[in-house]
Design a protein around this ligand. Sequence first.
Ligand code: ZN
Length: 279
Amino acid sequence: MIIDFHTHIFPPEVVKNRERFAARDRVFSRVYGNPKARMVTVEGHLEAMAEDRVDAAVVCGFPWQDTGVAAMANAYVLEAQQRFPGRVHAFYTPSLSGGESTLRAAADALEKGMKGVGEAAFYRAEMLAEDWTHLGELARIARTFGVPLLLHVNEPVGHVYPGKVEMRLRDIWRFTVDHPDLALVLAHWGGGLFFYELMKSVRKSSGRLYYDTAASPFLYDPSIYRIAAEILGPDRVLFGSDYPLIRPSRYFRQIDGAGLSPEARARLLGENARKLLAL
Ligand SMILES: [Zn+2]
C-alpha cells in the first residue's frame, strides 16, 4: 500500500480565482501567486494518484491568513475525505493568524473526523516566540485527539525559493523536547535535523518524531534516502510528495535507485504512514 503523507488541495473557487485570493493574502501570493505554481482540486489530485498508483494521501490545505478563507478551505478538505473515504485523509491546516478561533476550529475539525493537523507553516518570516506558543497549543489539541501534527520545516542553508523562511533547527529541536508524546512529522526532511539524531542527546527526545520526504527531488541528492535510513532506521521516514508541487512517480524513480531493502522501501512508502494514521 502506498500512502503519500504530504499533499495539498484547493477549493475550485481558489483555483479559478488565484489572483483575487493572492491580492488578499500576501503569504499565499508569495507561494502561489505565480500562475506556474500548480494547484489542484481533489478530483485532479485523485487522477494523479491513480496514474502514479498511490492508494491514499494525507491531504492538507493552506495556512490562510484570513480565518474565513481558512474555514472555507478546511471545510473543502474535510468534505473531500467524506466523499472519498480511505483515499483522502484530511488534515486541518491552521491559519497563520492563530488565536483562539483557530484553536477552536482545529478541535472542531478533529471532532468531525479529520485525521491530523498540518501542514502547519509559518511562511510569513522567521518564526517568532508567539508562533511557537501557538504551535504548542495546536500540539496539545493534536495530542488530545491522538493524531499527528505535520510541521513545515525548511533548510537553514542553500538556495532561496518561495515559502522558504529563516528557521532555527535549535528551536525545532526544543519543540520536540517540549512535546515528547506528540506524533510530530517534520516536513522536507526536517530541514536536515535528522542528521543530528546521530547525537545521543537529540536521539533521546525523538521517540515520536518522523520526517517526510516532501520536495526532496528539488532539494537533495537521491542518496538521502539511504543515508536517512542508516541514521534513523526504517520506521520514521514517511513518503510525502508535496503534490501538486512534484508528482509521486518522480520520487519512486529515485527511491527505487536508492538501494533500500524491500522491507525498508515498503515502510517508507506506506507502512509507517499506515501505522501513524492508525489505518
Ligand atoms: Zn512545506
